[in-house]
Design a protein around this ligand. Structure first.
Ligand code: GTP
Ligand code: MG
Length: 204
């Protein structure tokens, strides 16, 4: 898949403000600071398309980016950010779940996980909820550049083991680094395949 063009469309505070369901979309979700916005910039080859920050909690709205005038990438706020008030966190989480459960043109969700960390209860629970709600997702490990090859494969294997304690089979797994452009071809080729299989959105 070649990215011919990528442009910001709009930021929405809730599902009802999102663009019309005219194209398929792929959403990026994960804990604050995991690298969602950076991955969108890496995939599109546009350094400043999605706003990134060292400070967790940068993305606070549902951001739609149109790719090749044909499909959307969606940058979501992070979940589980400890440094915001509980009611604000609940508000974000409700918005995220509402979007993920009800967005009819959502083709697939990429759940981002920082590959440096052990499997975290918050992420496992989030994926469990996606499974229960039958929301299709892939796992995307981020920041692969921060580990040696050996540690990287140990961490990925450990995560698979933990997932297989509760899941009958594993979702697609990608290993990425936005700074080293690792995993770009794999993620884009997966999106290409999904789009090929889906045809036009049924909800148009
Ligand atoms: P929120 O919008 O706050 O939820 O964060 P986010 O998940 O969108 O993370 P963002 O892309 O803003 O990145 C957070 C920090 O991690 C930034 O300082 C990035 O430069 C850094 N970062 C993201 N991806 C990578 C990566 O692959 N490698 C390295 N080394 N740093 C990364
Ligand atoms: Mg962000």
């Amino acid at each position: 898949m070649q990215i011919k063009n990528a442009a910001f469309v709009k930021s929405s505070a809730n599902l009802s403000q999102c663009p019309e369901h005219e194209m398929w979309e792929f959403a990026f979700i994960g804990r604050s600071n995991v690298g969602k916005s950076s991955l969108i910039n890496m995939l599109t080859g546009k350094k400043s398309l999605a706003k990134t920050s060292n400070t967790p909690g940068k993305t606070q709205l549902i951001n739609h980016f149109i790719i090749n005038d044909d499909w959307y990438l969606v940058d979501l706020p992070g979940y589980g950010f400890a440094k915001v008030a509980k009611n604000v966190r609940n508000k974000f989480e409700n918005m995220i779940y509402n979007y993920l459960s009800k967005r009819e043109s959502l083709a697939c969700t990429f759940v981002l996980l920082d590959v440096r960390h052990e499997p975290q209860a918050k992420d496992l629970k989030f994926m469990q909820t996606l499974g229960e709600r039958q929301i299709p997702f892939c796992m995307v490990f981020t920041k692969a550049d921060k580990l040696s090859d050996k540690k990287l494969s140990e961490h990925v294997e450990k995560y698979k083991e933990v997932m297989l304690e509760t899941w009958a089979y594993l979702p697609h797994i990608f290993v990425t680094s936005s700074s080293k452009k690792i995993g770009r071809a794999e993620v884009l080729s997966f999106i290409d395949q999904v789009l090929d299989n889906l045809g036009a959105p049924a909800c148009t």
